[in-house]
Design a protein around this ligand. Structure first.
Ligand SMILES: O=C(O)CCC(=O)C(=O)O
Length: 291
């Protein structure tokens, strides 16, 4: 669905300085349900993942012919919407095999943020998500939702939303309803767009959002309402990742460790990776409470 109206939007406020003050970081996290970190990730690393994702887009004919694929200019003859479309499935299966996409979720600086927030060891879920949003797809933007509906397990699970490349407001990006996690689990109804469900948002809700630069990360509590902004660019693909994290001591629902969409197994995803790659099955020897 097209994004819901956001009457009040506060700009993204950088919380990097709170990483040395975990008490204050947790207080802000508890208060707002989201925290933004400017330039947390090395932009070269994120850009490399972006280039690899766009190479898969190019292979599937989503990039304007004759253009430099790394610019992400969409083939305007194609409009692929997530999930139902078999073209999305074919693309997504290739994408899930990209090793550096999964490796980005395990970035040390990202893990450090969650260690500071949780005050204990971090369990990164392996069900990593990538989204590629076409221009002229506003009717299918990600509707306002809470991740806990999809993830289950611990409510103390947080999502890191990472734009792969600069993501000005015109390209879409993520907006979070500030403090909305305090409302608890909300009633869902059917909606068009990724996930296929939405929650209602109060008219006077204050949102957080704005322009993102490559390397920026916003993290949000599993009950925080958030939505994808419409991609209003003329011709650019919006590329982003969603990775999830929780305290290691909390229970995790088993599907959070299964490849997103369940179209492939880990064996299929790992087939062409280095057999000794340490990020394969990184969670298997950990003592987890899998439910
Ligand atoms: O990137 C988007 O459009 C929304 C991502 C999101 O909300 C999610 O995966 O939970």
């Amino acid at each position: 669905m097209a994004m819901v109206n956001m009457a009040q939007i506060e700009p993204l406020e950088d919380m990097t300085n709170l990483l040395d003050q975990p008490g204050e970081l947790r207080r802000r996290g508890r208060e707002d349900g989201c925290l933004f970190f400017s330039g947390l990730l090395a932009s070269q690393k994120v850009n490399s993942v972006r280039t690899q994702i766009l190479a898969v887009c190019n292979k599937h004919g989503w990039i304007m012919e004759g253009s430099d694929y790394t610019k992400g200019v969409a083939n305007t003859e194609v409009l692929v919407l997530e999930e139902a479309d078999p073209k999305w499935q074919a693309f997504y299966n290739d994408l899930q095999k990209v090793r550096d996409f999964h490796n980005l979720a395990l970035d040390e600086d990202l893990i450090h943020v969650f260690e500071a927030l949780f005050g204990e060891s971090v369990l990164p879920h392996s069900r990593n998500i990538c989204r590629v949003v076409f221009p002229n797809s506003a009717s299918h933007s990600t509707p306002p939702h809470q991740d806990n509906f999809y993830i289950g397990g611990s409510e103390e699970t947080w999502t890191a939303w990472i734009p792969c490349g600069d993501c000005p407001v015109t390209l879409g990006g993520l907006s979070v309803a500030k403090g909305s996690h305090k409302q608890g689990n909300l009633q869902v109804k059917e909606a068009v767009g990724p996930g296929g469900r939405q929650v209602d948002v109060e008219e006077q809700q204050v949102w957080v959002g704005g322009d993102y630069a490559c390397g920026d990360v916003i993290i949000l509590h599993s009950l925080a309402i958030h939505q994808g902004r419409d991609n209003m660019s003329q011709d650019r693909l919006r590329v982003s990742c969603d990775f999830r994290y929780q305290p290691m001591s909390h229970p995790i629902r088993s599907d959070s460790l299964i490849p997103h969409m369940r179209w492939l197994t880990w064996e299929e995803i790992y087939r062409n990776w280095d057999p000794e790659d340490p990020i394969k099955y990184y969670w298997r020897n950990w003592d987890l409470q899998i439910t």
